[in-house]
Design a protein. Structure first.
Length: 534
């Protein structure tokens, strides 16, 4: 365990204790900028009956945070409405047209969720309309901040995490018990995992304590969504959130309008929840089909020789280009930019690998962009279509300077080699002390040598996954290698293999067994595993 902790940068007793024994109060007592000023302004708006708008982003992070703030303000008697922009019609963040419309309808205070930190021009425009703007955001701030009434910001949490801290402080200011606000950690857990922020520090605390609330959630909408997806609440973990729930919440914002998942999260009507979950499930199926088609197109124009492939096509739908970029980046292990080409304005999305900071890379070419924002691993932008070619040239030159000399070689990071005698349920249960696993806190990866292959087969609709039955001494193990189906051509029963894997537990008909999830393998006639251990 000591080595596993050290591999996560935890060397002192204090760091180890904080990681293994996370304290919820570290999250609840987090001090954020302008909190007191923000609460005073909100209370003034409530007292004066002013129209408050919670202005959301359209992804799962924005939607979950907006649900928390809207519910909280509503409880305290605020005249409050949520506003979710339409991705295709309005784009990311504020739009001046929306601000004009909200001003006409009497809005006096706007609270953003998961955006606004770069909206200098739009915040100035709101001020001219006599609207105060309170920004709650977690994205990397620019050198010059907007002149908002208040900015509640930290990069230590996702957007929903920031909104939750504001809601918690508002709750406290009204002298209410924390019990009810803690129930909203179910949404914080979803958003933290969905937004792919590192599961370390406060994010880890948010998920560690949020998952139990999610597993026993009383929200009709979440229960209906889980039922539609075929998962049981008590079984929901980081995988179920990242692969099953959050894609459904995101689907409406990608293709249609994200107001539907917001309604789903906030409804108290069971029948309405079932209707919305069914609708969102259909939208997600449509999104899956469109994504599959877009990936085929992306592969047909993929620039394998480029260090930073830039894929441009008028048939790309702007709502799914982030998914396409992520798939391409994972498969080819390169940072990838995908642009949905429009007649006058085009939308782009980028994903990165390794330590390559994609948002700073895009900002290095900001003179060609209308707007850009995001994280080191994922970013989005708008660009005039006529500028795409020169932008692409500059971006490629930047990549050549920073990504040369094999810096994109994919390495399987192995935590520690272990003997097969140590592979048992006790080890599996011990490493759960490091959970929840995710971005920034991956599952421990082990290397065990000289397994004897007893049986093998490929599985999956494309036979692209590899199943092995292996033995070491008197113990037999079942393994699954996702995406390793091609390795079957080099294997046969009786061979010895070295496996790099994580440990998982498979349940079926009330029985549980350990399964080795293979990340890489080596047979006698192949090159050594490229890894951090040799």
């Amino acid at each position: 365990m000591k080595i596993l902790l050290q591999n996560r940068g935890l060397n002192s007793k204090k760091e180890t204790k904080e990681f293994l024994e996370p304290d919820l109060n570290s999250l609840l007592n987090l001090k954020l900028s302008d909190i007191e000023k923000t609460i005073k302004r909100i209370k003034k708006a409530i007292e004066n009956g002013e129209e408050i708008i919670v202005y959301s982003d359209y992804d799962a992070d924005g939607i979950c945070g907006t649900a928390i703030l809207w519910e909280t303000l509503n409880i305290f008697g605020a005249k409050v409405l949520p506003y979710v922009p339409h991705r295709q019609k309005e784009g990311y963040g504020f739009s001046k047209a929306a601000l004009k419309d909200l001003a006409k309808k009497g809005a006096k205070l706007i609270i953003t969720v998961d955006h606004g930190i770069t909206a200098e021009e739009e915040v100035d425009f709101a001020a001219k309309l006599d609207i105060d703007v309170i920004i709650t955001d977690h994205h990397l701030p620019p050198k010059k901040l907007p002149k908002a009434f208040a900015i509640v910001h930290t990069t230590r949490l996702c957007g929903t995490g920031v909104a939750f801290i504001l809601a918690k402080n508002l709750w406290k200011s009204f002298g209410k018990s924390e019990d009810q606000i803690l129930e909203k950690l179910d949404l914080v857990a979803i958003a933290t995992i969905a937004d792919m922020v590192p599961l370390l520090d406060l994010n880890r605390i948010a998920v560690k304590f949020g998952l139990p609330y999610l597993q026993r959630t009383k929200r009709p909408g979440l229960l209906a969504l889980m039922n539609e997806a075929g998962i049981k609440p008590q079984n929901v973990g980081t995988y179920e959130i990242s692969r099953i729930l959050s894609p459904r919440i995101n689907a409406s914002g990608r293709l249609e309008h994200a107001i539907e998942p917001l309604r789903l999260l906030c409804t108290r009507n069971t029948d309405r929840a079932k209707e919305l979950a069914k609708l969102i499930g259909k939208t997600n199926s449509k999104r899956q089909k469109m994504t599959e088609e877009a990936i085929v197109l992306a592969k047909s124009i993929f620039e394998e020789e480029s260090l930073l492939p830039i894929l441009v096509h008028e048939e790309f739908h702007e709502g799914i280009i982030g998914l396409v970029a992520q798939k391409m980046a994972e498969e080819f292990y390169k940072p990838v930019v995908v642009i949905a080409k429009g007649e006058n304005v085009s939308k782009g999305s980028a994903r990165s690998v390794g330590e390559f900071n994609i948002v700073e890379t895009l900002r290095s070419c900001s003179q060609f962009l209308i707007e850009v924002g995001g994280h080191p691993k994922a970013a989005g932008f708008q660009i005039k279509t006529e500028k795409i070619e020169i932008f692409s040239q500059k971006l490629r030159k930047f990549a050549e300077k920073t990504l040369g000399d094999g810096k994109l070689s994919k390495i399987v990071n192995i935590d520690i080699p272990i003997d097969s005698s140590l592979i048992n349920r006790a080890l599996f249960e011990k490493i759960q002390d490091l959970a929840p696993f995710g971005m920034g806190n991956p599952e421990p990866v082990f290397l065990t040598r000289n397994f004897l292959v007893e049986n093998l087969r490929t599985v999956g609709s494309l036979n692209n996954h590899l199943k092995l039955q292996v033995r070491s001494d008197s113990k037999s193990f079942e393994t699954i290698g996702f995406g390793l189906g091609e390795e079957a051509h080099f294997l046969r029963p009786g061979m010895e293999v070295d496996l790099v894997y994580t440990l998982s537990q498979d349940s079926w008909n009330g029985n549980t067994k350990l399964v080795l999830k293979v990340k890489d393998l080596r047979v006698n006639d192949k090159e050594p595993i490229l890894s951090s251990y040799q």
